[in-house]
Design a protein around this ligand. Structure first.
Ligand SMILES: Cc1ncc(COP(=O)(O)O)c(C=O)c1O
Length: 398
């Protein structure tokens, strides 16, 4: 990389040390392209951790933001605004859900889902408050969502965590049945675990969980913060598995990089009463106008279908690399949520070597890369990225 720049000096001096940043400063983005402060151009296969669904600075988003910014940016949730209503209607009309609460992030949407499940338990299940989640899951960084997250590395620094979560083995309906008690009010899952390493469940697992929730009157919460908005080849992940949750959370891709989260529920699960939940910024006109423009584009332009097609193409190319390099242990994924697993801890070094050659790629674990490019990616961009990855992997082939 180049000499340490002002942006890096400032961040290192003043920012809390919560993440080890990769030493590159991006100054501009367009589509799948990023430019750093030295004018070097990159191809982006990270898309802001799966948030930049339409790539960088998509004209539809930029227009919606600038128009709205000139008109009205924020009022409190005590008032009506049209962008809020329009985005809520669009999301309801294109999903199995009936009601919406807007937040500012994925974690905050999940926090709302947890509170909704507790209200369900207190109103319908004699005060049941426990939520079953799964090992290896990821639900966010607030205290409650950290407690819901089934990964010790996120939890250990913060014990004691809030009570009321039981973490069971993933993809194991028996484990869920065994963990269910009179205290259980909900089950919370990612249809495909993203941060946990792109873990795809067996074909009937989610249907079995649905049936169990029906039998026990538990709320089924799908955290679709990473799987939703077209990433898996359908607008929502639940559509792939033929299972409708009672509650769904979204964030990341809705506004292609503008901060917004969504908690959605079926009518019968919409049990908040006035005053029981709230937010200052959630549902503000600026974020909702961005979310509306991006979501409408995703729906109208059939972006999920592109993600499905390009996902297949990219996975095929990665499987070719697996055949070529014996140290690639596994290639798995769905749509444009794809993992490449190595039989050794080279993922960080591969990421840096790719960056040097102009490909931005995410290493999730020491042995695992995750490919989560914008959903508008083209075949030519995939070929270019695979070309760089191939060159890089060749240098590890000894
Ligand atoms: C499945 C899932 N849930 C929740 C979150 C948290 O979202 P946010 O970082 O917007 O709070 C993430 C973020 O990676 C996620 O992948």
């Amino acid at each position: 990389m180049e000499n340490t720049s002002q942006s890096q000096i400032l961040a290192q001096k003043y920012m809390m040390k919560f993440i080890k940043r990769i030493p590159v400063t991006f100054v501009k983005g367009e589509g799948l392209r990023l430019w750093d402060e030295n004018g070097k151009k990159y191809l982006d296969f990270v898309g802001g951790w799966a948030a930049d669904s339409l790539g960088h600075c998509h004209p539809v988003l930029v227009k919606a933001l600038t128009d709205q910014a000139k008109t009205l940016i924020h009022v409190s949730n005590a008032y009506y605004t049209l962008p809020l209503g329009k985005l809520a209607e669009l999301l309801v009309n294109n999903s199995c859900m009936d009601r919406v609460f807007f937040s500012n992030s994925g974690a905050e949407a999940n926090e709302g889902a947890i509170k909704l499940a507790r209200r369900w338990g207190s109103l319908k299940l004699n005060g049941a408050f426990e939520i079953i989640t799964t090992l290896n899951s990821f639900h966010g960084r607030t205290l409650a969502t950290t407690a819901a997250t089934g990964q010790a590395k996120f939890q250990n620094p913060y014990v004691p965590l809030p009570d009321g979560f039981k973490v069971v083995e993933n993809n194991n309906i028996e484990a869920i049945r065994k963990a269910t008690s009179a205290k259980t009010c909900a089950i919370m899952l990612e249809p495909i675990q993203g941060e946990g390493g792109v873990i795809i469940p067996s074909s009937d697992y989610l249907q079995q969980v649905r049936a169990w929730c029906d039998e026990k009157d538990l709320l089924l919460i799908f955290d679709e913060i990473q799987t939703g908005m077209g990433r898996l080849g359908k607008l929502f992940g639940y559509q792939l598995f033929g299972v409708e949750p009672d509650v769904m959370t979204l964030a990341k891709g809705i506004a292609s990089g503008v901060a917004i989260g969504v908690l959605m529920s079926k009518e019968r699960a919409s049990v908040f009463k006035y005053g029981e939940h709230g937010t200052t910024f959630g549902g503000n006109p600026l974020a909702c106008a961005a979310g509306y423009a991006v979501t409408k584009y995703i729906v109208d332009q059939k972006i999920p279908a592109n993600a499905g097609r390009m996902g297949k193409y990219l996975t095929g190319k990665l499987c070719d690399l697996k055949n070529k390099y014996s140290f690639i242990k596994d290639v798995r994924g769905c749509g444009l949520l794809i993992a490449v697993e190595f039989d050794r801890d080279i993922a960080e070094a591969v990421m840096y070597a790719c960056l040097e050659k102009g490909l931005v790629i995410n290493f999730l674990k020491a042995y695992l890369l995750r490919l989560i490019p914008p959903l508008i990616i083209t075949q030519a961009e995939i070929d270019e990225g695979i070309g760089i990855l191939d060159t890089v992997l060749a240098s590890f082939n000894n």
